[in-house]
Design a binder for this molecule. Sequence first.
Ligand SMILES: O=C(O)c1ccc[n+]([C@@H]2O[C@H](COP(=O)([O-])O)[C@@H](O)[C@H]2O)c1
Ligand SMILES: Cc1cc2nc[nH]c2cc1C
Length: 350
Amino acid sequence: MPAPECTDILPPPPAFTTMEALRTACTTLPAPDSAARQVIAARDATLTKPPGSLGRLEALVAWLGAWQGRPDPMLDRVRVVIFAGNHGVVAQGVSPWPASVTAQMIGNFAAGGAAINQIARSAGATLRVVPLAGLAPTADFTQAPALDDDAFLDAVSAGHAAVEADMDLLCLGEMGIGNTTAAAAMAAGLFGGSGHDWAGRGTGLDAAGVAHKARVIDAALARHADVRHDPLAVARCLGGRELAAILGAVLAARHRRIPVLLDGFVCTAAAAPLACLNPSGLAHTTLAHRSAEAGHAALARALNLSPLLELDLRLGEATGAALAVPLLRAAVACHAGMATFAQAGVSERT
Ligand SMILES: O=C(O)c1ccc[n+]([C@@H]2O[C@H](COP(=O)([O-])O)[C@@H](O)[C@H]2O)c1
Ligand SMILES: Cc1cc2nc[nH]c2cc1C
């Protein structure tokens, strides 16, 4: 008699139960497959084009293949994951929108009515939305750490668990009213500077609103000045649940050798602690776009990330990441489908 089918109804155990276990996972990271990269470079040199003439598309194919461990990179299973959370700092008037919009937009994602639903479908990607802790807000980080150790590790573990092993490419994004304040506070905590240097308009603040947001960030930086030397403590005290989950997902993808497309300012700030803990920590990621949010260009520079697209988006919800997928598909199609000089009977360079 066949064994009954077993359905796992319990959530997986948390990936990380101590900060030290998480720190170790962030510092001991696998390298890309250099053999796959070499095979890709060798084929690229035979294709009917001047060497290097497909510019960054050539580098993208090599990047995909090196992390997938395949000389023939695939984009059959492209997944968009949006993490959602709420922020206590919204009580300080840092967003023009009420916190209730976070839950309402999750309803909109589920109904298929958001921008990301359309972009993910047109990019041939599946979409998953992961609300964190029932959308319970973090503490207002001008008054206390946003999260205690356990809540932070739970959120990182939830992000880690959301990365299934069988993805070819992971596009990350977020939804959370108030989270551009958390992202700006994290950027300042990790890379220095004040609220003025990192605060932007978010979902539509005017100049006075941005100045107020900068003062709120300065208050948070003053309260948590003691954690600036520790990237994980910065993420715990000044970040939020969806940002912690993005960190966990970027880490899980690295350990599974899954290439990642990062979205805008919030997503980049969330992933940044990994680069601060390990100089090659974000090597398996590509920054899909440069958001119109004021601090994003500086944050990308600080992380040595060069965005693929500049479309003045400032939406979040992984829209920029999903928009870069067709570019990757085109790059892979060229690499796989182009004729070689020998096949096409085209003379090589003299
Ligand atoms: O990541 C970005 O580049 C970005 C820039 C501006 C706005 N957002 C989105 O807007 C929300 C946060 O904006 P705010 O003004 O409430 O802090 C959140 O849901 C983000 O997905 C995201
Ligand atoms: C309507 C709305 C949609 C969003 N999507 C991501 N962040 C958002 C913020 C708002 C306010």
